[in-house]
Ligand binder design. Structure first.
Ligand code: NAD
Length: 361
């Protein structure tokens, strides 16, 4: 069993995802299909002090001209001001059409840097070196880039596909534990929505994964990337199947919004959201209660919450769901399941059913 994986994301904008322990400390031509000579390495104030120098030195010794741009860590940096600052760095280095942005960080850095790459001279190349588990299994794959504006999260953005994604699971050792757990919520989501075998494997490997055992961790990341790659390839612009990746997200976003994005983090909110979606599926479609219980047990093994915090009023959460971009004029749209590994879209769900699914048992 190896800890190195290579996944091809097909389609018009095909690229490879390489997963290899130590990869960020030994970037090779095989992982790096970039001809550009000018690189802008974008990172944040938590990640750059630990990893940027190694990455920058390697790229410089390979003959690239590398500038470094560091943003303040955190979601509040995924904004217009940071976007402008990245653009100014590109201007200051005299970035040409063949320049490339390298995103070294979590989803915030990846989304922001990718959006800057999408806009500079109508689109230059970019490479993702994701450092959070969420970025490895979700945000770095699939080409969604963007920033938040005061009117809402991710409202300004573009589809812009990376030229390559290089994942080094060893960097997860420095990721704060709560962020790590949040990433595992997304990992579990893949099994829950589309792969019962993977879900069962996660149940058997929970301790190894919590300890970041290298072979199991790389395998879990690879399985998620493969599943996301397959879904994105079939539906690059989210017109159908890609929506399944939002399992748990309608409830989750409402929780995050109700706490003004200052309470539970995204992964924690999605964990609760998946349990609510499973409950909704039980009452509406007779989905098996045992499958929800397995989901709750697995989430708990990764120290993730499974119940809506008592102080949050379900009626207020419902109001937030109505504002979510996944709501349409036919009523609320949810990703439900018929059991582990069998998610599907359900539309026109009545408010009373949604409220019931959010009630404590
Ligand atoms: N583009 C997409 O398809 C997509 C999908 C899901 C989420 N997202 C976006 O991703 C963002 C969330 O991503 P995130 O959870 O990675 O958040 P993040 O980028 O804020 O990273 C979380 C925290 O961990 C730190 N960090 C990251 N890697 C580290 C490491 N190896 N060692 C030490 N610290 C490290 C960061 O500095 C930050 O403080 C949100 O803005 C969300 O909208 C995008």
């Amino acid at each position: 069993m190896t800890a190195t994986h290579r996944i091809r994301v097909g389609g018009v904008h095909a690229y490879d995802i390489v997963i290899a322990p130590g990869a960020h400390a030994q970037l090779s031509d095989a992982q790096w299909p970039i001809k550009a000579k000018q690189l802008l390495l974008v990172s944040d104030t938590n990640v750059a002090p630990i990893y940027a120098a190694t990455v920058q030195a390697q790229l410089q010794s390979a003959g690239y001209e590398v500038s470094l741009h560091v943003i303040e860590a955190g979601e509040q940096s995924k904004n217009l001001a940071s976007f402008e600052s990245v653009i100014q760095s590109l201007a200051a280095m005299g970035a040409r059409r063949d320049a490339c942005i390298v995103a070294l960080g979590g989803g915030v850095v990846g989304d922001l840097a990718g959006f800057a790459a999408a806009c500079w001279m109508r689109g230059i190349h970019f490479v993702q070196l994701p450092t959070s588990l969420l970025a490895m299994v979700d945000s770095s794959v699939g080409g969604k880039t963007g920033i938040d504006i005061p009117a809402g999260k991710n409202l300004l953005g573009a589809f812009h596909f990376p030229r390559a994604v290089v994942i080094d699971p060893e960097v997860l050792t420095t990721l704060p534990l709560r962020e790590r757990a949040a990433g595992f919520a997304e990992v579990i989501k893949y099994g829950a929505l589309g792969d019962a075998g993977f879900f069962t494997w996660l149940e058997s490997q929970a301790s190894a994964l919590c300890a970041l055992e290298p072979i199991a961790t790389a395998r879990a990341i690879a399985a998620c990337c493969q599943m996301k790659a397959d879904i994105v390839e079939a539906d690059p612009f989210e017109r159908g199947k890609r929506a399944l990746l939002n399992f748990g997200h309608t409830f989750g976003h409402a929780i995050e919004a109700a706490q003004a994005f200052g309470g539970l983090n995204h992964g924690e909110a999605v964990a609760i959201g998946m349990c609510c979606a499973a409950k909704l599926s039980e009452s509406l479609f007779g989905a098996p209660v045992q499958d929800r219980q397995r989901l709750e047990r697995l989430l708990a093994q990764f120290a993730l919450p499974t119940r809506i915090p008592a102080e949050l009023d379900p009626a207020k959460l419902l109001a937030h769901m109505r504002l979510d971009k996944k709501a349409d004029r036919n009523g609320l749209r949810f990703i439900v399941w018929d059991g582990i590994g069998q998610a599907r879209i359900a539309e026109g769900i009545a408010d009373a059913d949604v409220l019931e699914a959010m009630k404590a048992d």
